[in-house]
Every structure is written in structure tokens, then in C-alpha cells.
Ligand binder design. Structure first.
Ligand code: SAH
Ligand code: SF4
Ligand code: F3S
Length: 462
């Protein structure tokens, strides 16, 4: 074993992609590889890719050009650098990546990265390997657990995958093909992972899944547990003070999950609930299997359960067949929901999905124009939401030092970054903060009451 080896992993995708990157680093740690943030230092470079839109997928090839040069420079000094392409592009393109980018040594998909140590051994012998099967064994059972020091280095908020894959087959989406069929991890495995995080100082857990609210993992009683039950169990773990889950599908927002927003104080009053379009015709063509009315009904039930809940969403503009009237319905829906923010995307036809084969593809220039209009409407909503926070007092979880000396950055319950002048000793603590100023993407505030760990602030007018 050589303890001086370095591994560099770059994530290009969603939160699960980030989670996977961490697990890859954890998998290599027992084999003597330490993670580095400096790609030039690395003996293994892993690009953990995303296939969701064409732009995301193409980024990988420009990045590969850069790392190929690093590999060549290292080779000139007699040092071997292994280049691996992981993630959803690897799954979708497999061997094709080796043809397009011969400097690549390893290609493996989201379901086979537990084999990374073996793949690396093969690459060290000079073999190329492609591994894009959906193996029968569960990667989670084979992956090394993170070291407490690695957990601490990653901060006080952590993601835990509880559900993976998707059986919904929205006609625009590659995820069912890249991540495979929907599966839920057993409750006890999740609890063990969260307990390990809590013991290392993590305070906030986000349960993640492509369709996290379709969760139906086996409980300790041998029966399937819902996400609501899982959340309730995780809320019992000492040290964990905040819970979130993402991403949800509107169809799976059932009564017990909505009730959890009323009953679990640790569950933060913020929910990302993608709707994609406000037009019933387009929702049907997307195979979303819900109407705008169904969505509004879920929103109303959430607000009834938790009146201070803030919702964010995802939108796609320019799906095949989307007319001006359909787009107007989307704009109208935004006003009806009262969002606190959203992501919007131009429809990107993905190879192998039904949407890519549909007639009536929308012109790129129309997509661009609609995206601008939609994004401006969303920005106005987000700014209004942030402005309304001025003068309010929130619990903020402090995460790290801020940009300026003496400042810390934390998160409000609504995930907004909050900048506060406070001592570094309260990183990892939750403290009440009164919001004094609001910028477009972050809030500024002052400690509302002295924290036990910050007696010096008592006289500081905080
Ligand atoms: N599992 C989640 C999100 C999947 S991907 C869900 O079911 O909602 C994240 C977002 O990317 C989607 O919500 C969608 O808005 C967007 N997206 C997915 N495929 C896309 C495509 N082909 N073109 C443009 N945007 C897309
Ligand atoms: Fe993709 Fe639809 Fe599944 Fe979400 S629900 S991952 S958008 S197929
Ligand atoms: Fe991208 Fe795969 Fe996530 S396609 S969005 S990295 S599931």
C-alpha cells in the first residue's frame, strides 16, 4: 500500500452524483488514496458525469481534453495518471467514450462504482476497462464507510441516498436508462449511515433519491416503510437537528408525507417539487401522469399542513408541441403556486428517449425566448420571497467561514445562504439570526440572541 497516492473526483451532476463522488473517494481510502482538490496532484482523475441535458454531457469531453494533457505531462516525468469516466454519461455511452477519448483508462456507471478498487488495479496493470452493467449485488453493501475525519472535512450538512433509479419514464428524461430501475435501501442501512454522520458532527441530513418520495425500503419489521416513516425514524437520531428530502414527484406526495410536514419540527419548511409545465396537454405528452390541477391540490395540502412552507420547482420550456398558449399556462401556474425559486431549462432532446423522436420539435430561438421570460418571472418571485425575509428571525445552521474576515455563512430553513458576523466557534451550531439586509442570492443578518458558545457577543450589540 502506498499512502501517498492522490485521487481527484469532479462532479458534474445532481446531488446524487455528488454523493456518489464521495463514496468513490471513500472506496479508495482503504487502498491508500487520499482525496485532493488539486487535479494536477492526482494519480487518479475521476470525472463523475451527468447526461441529463446535452450541454452537461458535452462538458465532459472538453474536460477530458484538459486532463489528457496532464496525463501526458505526468508520463513525460515517468508518472502514471489514471483517467476514469464515471456516472451517467459513462452509463449511456460506455465503450464510445474510449473511442472518442483514448486517454481514458476506465469507464463505469452509477451502479458499478463499488468495483472501483478492482478497476484501478487493472488500470495500474495497463488494462482498459468498461463496466456499465447493472450488477445483481448492491453497491451499498460493498462500499467502504467514510472515515469520521473525511465526514468532518465535508461539513455539517450531508446527503444520504435512500432511493435510486426511476420507473416513471417521463418522455424527456434519461434517468430511468442511466440509473436503472427504482430501488429503495433498507431502513437499517440508512440509519447506520446517518448515525455515523451524526457521530462525526453532521447536523443536517438530506435524504436523496431520483424519486425520493416513492421510497418503500424494508423496515426493521420486514415490511416496506414509507418515506414519512423513515423521516420520523431519522428525526429520532441524536445530533441530527434538520431534515430535508429531494427530489420528489408530485404523484407520490401522499397523505402521510404531507402530515410529516405538520408533525416533524426537524423537517425543514422547504420542498423542491418539480412540475415541468403548467399545461395539461404538455404534461400528458411528457408522461408526467398528473395535471396542473393535481399539482395545485398537492400544493394546497402542503400549505394546509405547514403554512410557512416554501416551494421550489423545475420547469422545461420548448418541449415538443409546446405552443404559446401552453407556455402561457406555465407562467400562470407560477403565479398560482407562489414559488420561492425555481430552475428552468430549455428542452434538450436526449438520444433514446421518446421526446427526441416526437414531431413538432420547438425552434431553438423560441426556446431561448421562453426561457428568458420564464426565468425573469422566477427571479421576480425569488426576490420577493427574499425581500419578505427582512426583519424576520430564523434559525441558521452555520456551515463555514464567509468571504470576509469575521463572517460566517449559514443556511436558513429555506436553504438561503445567510452571512453573519459571528465567531468561528459556532460553525456547526444553530443560532437565531435576524435578517437585516437582502441581496438577490443571499441574506445578511445578525445573531438575535447570544449563543452559549459565543459569550463575547453579548456586548457586541448582536
Ligand atoms: N427526478 C427529478 C429530477 C430529474 S432531472 C424529477 O423527477 O423531477 C432534474 C431536472 O432536469 C428535471 O426536473 C427537469 O426539469 C430537467 N430535465 C430533465 N431532462 C431534461 C431534458 N431532456 N431537457 C431539459 N431539461 C431536462
Ligand atoms: Fe426523470 Fe421523470 Fe424519473 Fe424524474 S420522474 S427521474 S424527470 S423520468
Ligand atoms: Fe445527471 Fe445522472 Fe443526476 S443524468 S442529474 S447525474 S441522475
Amino acid at each position: 500500500m502506498n499512502a501517498s497516492r492522490k485521487l481527484f473526483v469532479k462532479s458534474f451532476g445532481c446531488q446524487m452524483n455528488v454523493y456518489d463522488s464521495r463514496r468513490m473517494a471513500d472506496a479508495m481510502a482503504p487502498h491508500g488514496y487520499a482525496e485532493t482538490a488539486d487535479v494536477e496532484d492526482a494519480d487518479i482523475i475521476i470525472l463523475n458525469t451527468c447526461h441529463i441535458r446535452e450541454k452537461a454531457a458535452e462538458k465532459v469531453y472538453s474536460e477530458l481534453g484538459r486532463v489528457r494533457r496532464l496525463k501526458e505531462e505526468a508520463a513525460a516525468e515517468g508518472r502514471r495518471v489514471i483517467i476514469a469516466v464515471a456516472g451517467c454519461v459513462a452509463q449511456a455511452e460506455g465503450e464510445e467514450i474510449l473511442r472518442r477519448a483514448p486517454a481514458v483508462d476506465l469507464v463505469f456507471g452509477p451502479q458499478s462504482y463499488h468495483r472501483l478498487p478492482d478497476l484501478v488495479t487493472r488500470a495500474e496493470r495497463g488494462e482498459k476497462a468498461v463496466n456499465t452493467e447493472f450488477p445483481v449485488e448492491d453497491k451499498f453493501d460493498r462500499l467502504a464507510a467514510p472515515d469520521p475525519s473525511a465526514i468532518r472535512a465535508r461539513g455539517v450538512c450531508a446527503f444520504v441516498t435512500v432511493q435510486e433509479g426511476c420507473d416513471k419514464f417521463c418522455t424527456f428524461c434519461v434517468v430511468p436508462y442511466t440509473r436503472g430501475a427504482e430501488m429503495s435501501r433498507p431502513v437499517e442501512k440508512i440509519i447506520t449511515e446517518v448515525e455515523r454522520f451524526a457521530a462525526a458532527g453532521v447536523r443536517e441530513i438530506t435524504l436523496i433519491g431520483q424519486n425520493v418520495n416513492a421510497y418503500h425500503g424494508e423496515g426493521p419489521d420486514g415490511r416496506p416503510w414509507s418515506l414519512a416513516r423513515l423521516l420520523e425514524r431519522v428525526a429520532d437520531i441524536g445530533g441530527i437537528d434538520r431534515l430535508r428530502y429531494t427530489t420528489s414527484h408530485p404523484r407520490d406526495m401522499d397523505d402521510d408525507l404531507i402530515a410529516a410536514h405538520r408533525d416533524l419540527p426537524k423537517l425543514m419548511p422547504q420542498l423542491h417539487l418539480p412540475v415541468q409545465s403548467g399545461s395539461d396537454r404538455i404534461l400528458a405528452a411528457m408522461n408526467r401522469r398528473h395535471t396542473r390541477g393535481d399539482y395545485l391540490d398537492v400544493v394546497a395540502r402542503l400549505h394546509a399542513a405547514r403554512p410557512d412552507i416554501a416551494l421550489t420547482s423545475d420547469f422545461i420550456v420548448g418541449f415538443p408541441g409546446e405552443s404559446d398558449a401552453d407556455f402561457a399556462e406555465t407562467l400562470r401556474l407560477i403565479d398560482e403556486i407562489g414559488l420561492s425559486g425555481a430552475f428552468s431549462f430549455k428542452y434538450s432532446p436526449r438520444p433514446g428517449t421518446p421526446g427526441a423522436e416526437m414531431d413538432d420539435q420547438v425552434d431553438e430561438s423560441i426556446k431561448t425566448a421562453r426561457l428568458h421570460v420564464l426565468q425573469a418571472a422566477i427571479d421576480r418571485r425569488q426576490e420577493a420571497f427574499n425581500r419578505a425575509c427582512r426583519g424576520r428571525t430564523f434559525d441558521v445552521l452555520f456551515e463555514k467561514p464567509g468571504r470576509y474576515g469575521g463572517q460566517l455563512v449559514g443556511r436558513s430553513p429555506y436553504l438561503q445562504p445567510v452571512q453573519v458576523t459571528a465567531p468561528a466557534s459556532i460553525i456547526g451550531e444553530i443560532a437565531a439570526v435576524t435578517i437585516t439586509e437582502v441581496a438577490s442570492n443571499s441574506l445578511f443578518g445578525a445573531l438575535a440572541r447570544p449563543s452559549m458558545r459565543a459569550p463575547a457577543l453579548l456586548g457586541a450589540g448582536a
